[in-house]
Every structure is written in C-alpha cells, then in structure tokens.
Design a protein around this ligand. Structure first.
Ligand code: UDP
Length: 233
C-alpha cells in the first residue's frame, strides 16, 4: 500500500452506544486520543459514523422507505454532533459537513471546504451519508474517500478483521491478513455493502479492517503494527 497521508475512519453507531443508553464516552474519548496521535503524525482524518444505534431505514416497514432513510441520515448527524463535541473536549479541532443544509448545525459539504479544514489540521466529520435514500454510510464513506483522494478507508469493527466464515459460529474460521475486494464480493464476506464495494473496486480505494476493542488499534493500523485485514483494491 502507498504512503498514507489521508484516511477516512468509519465507526458504527452501535459500537459507540452505551449498554444503558446514550453513548460510551470513555470509548469515544479513547478514539479521540488515538485520532489526535494520527493527526500529529501529519495524516488527515475524516470520520463517518453509522446511525444504527438510533435507526435503520430498511428495518422499518410502517412508513415509506425514503422517509425512513431520512430519519436514518438525521441519526448519523446526531452521532457526529455528539462525537465531534467529545473530540473537541479532548483538544481536537473538528467540523461537520453534510450533503444537505442543516442550518447552523453543520456546514454544507464541498470538496474544497473539506480540504480547507484538513489543511487546518481539523477532524472532518462527514455526516448525513450520501444525502440520498437507499444508500448507507458505507456508500457515504466510499464516496467521500474517492472524492477526497483518501489513501485508505479504516473500518473499526466489533470483529478484528475479515474471516472466511463467522468466527462466532465456526471456531475454525480463518482470518485473512489480506484479501482483494473482488474476493470479498465473490465470497459474500459482507465487509461493506455491495454498492460501496463496487465503488472502492472501481476507484481503487483499499480498506483496513480491525477491531475497535483492540488497544490502540487505530494508531496501530497506521504505524506498521496492524493486526487486522487489508482489503486490496
Ligand atoms: N442512510 C441513507 N442514505 C445514506 C446513508 C444512510 O438513507 O447515504 C440511512 C439509512 O436509512 C440507514 C441509516 O441512514 O439505515 C443509518 O446508516 P447506516 O449506514 O448506519 O445504516 P445501516 O447500513 O446500518 O443500515
């Protein structure tokens, strides 16, 4: 993989939620500390957060899907506002960009604006996904990574890499150190959704998958101590 100068980090909303409701502040503060170390190394960090802790459009059959997806996109914005504030309380500079206007809560996404913030050493949160229903924050992160020439997408997951079968079900499941995105799609390994996989494949964006629970995993991923799976594109 080429020298990494810019990454977009994906965090799942569910991973950031506390069991008793609300957010796991200790975890978010830990992530902030790691992101600070990465920025101090001169690497730009963008962040995308899912919305599953609040809402998933496709799980609701009572209302029209585009409306359900709007709620999902708003959920990702709430997550970004919260996490951005915790990051700020940890000494990071942040900004939140959305693909649609949210009044004074966020700023409208543009590539130039994102680059301006990166130049200032800010963490840039890309909230609201793609801004369109029937997509996901997986497609959102692929889109932003491609548009902003990121060198890799970092996927911090509940599981520590990509396996050939579910390790919770199969104790002999084998973890890949490296696998191509074509193989991920062919074997239906479900790393990111199909639309996002195809976008990464066509635009040659590699992914690094690792466990959020592993100590210092975000820093490790970028300092040669990577224990997860690289998905090559
Ligand atoms: N969503 C959307 N368009 C996007 C991004 C997200 O409609 O570009 C909505 C969709 O309803 C999704 C929800 O926001 O279920 C939360 O996003 P996330 O990627 O966490 O969803 P998941 O893949 O877990 O359903």
């Amino acid at each position: 993989m080429k020298d990494i100068k810019r990454v977009i980090l994906k965090l799942s909303g569910e991973a950031l939620a506390a069991k008793e409701g609300g957010y796991n502040d200790a975890l978010i503060e830990n992530i902030a500390g790691q992101v600070k170390q990465v920025i101090d190394k001169g690497i730009d960090v963008g962040v995308v957060i899912g919305g599953g802790n609040y809402w998933r459009g496709r799980s609701n059959n009572n209302i029209d899907r585009p409306k359900a997806d709007q709620i999902g996109m708003l959920a990702t914005i709430m997550n970004c506002i919260y996490v951005s504030e915790i990051f700020r309380s940890c000494g990071l500079k942040t900004n939140i960009l959305t693909p649609f206007e949210c009044g004074s809560m966020t700023k409208l996404f543009s590539k130039d604006r994102a680059n301006k913030y990166f130049e200032k050493g800010m963490v840039v949160f890309f909230a609201g996904g793609t801004g369109h229903p029937f997509f996901s924050t997986d497609t959102g992160i692929a889109l932003r990574a491609i548009e902003l020439d990121a060198d890799a997408i970092l996927l911090a997951k509940a599981i520590d890499g990509v396996y050939d079968s579910d390790p919770k079900i199969n104790p002999n499941a084998k973890k890949y150190d490296s696998i191509s995105i074509e193989e991920v799609v062919e074997k239906k390994l479900g790393v990111i959704d199909l639309t996002a996989s195809v976008m990464c494949m066509e635009n040659k964006v590699p992914l690094m998958i690792f466990g959020l629970e592993e100590e210092n995993s975000i820093v490790n991923a970028l300092t040669g101590k990577f224990n997860g799976t690289i998905v090559t594109a």
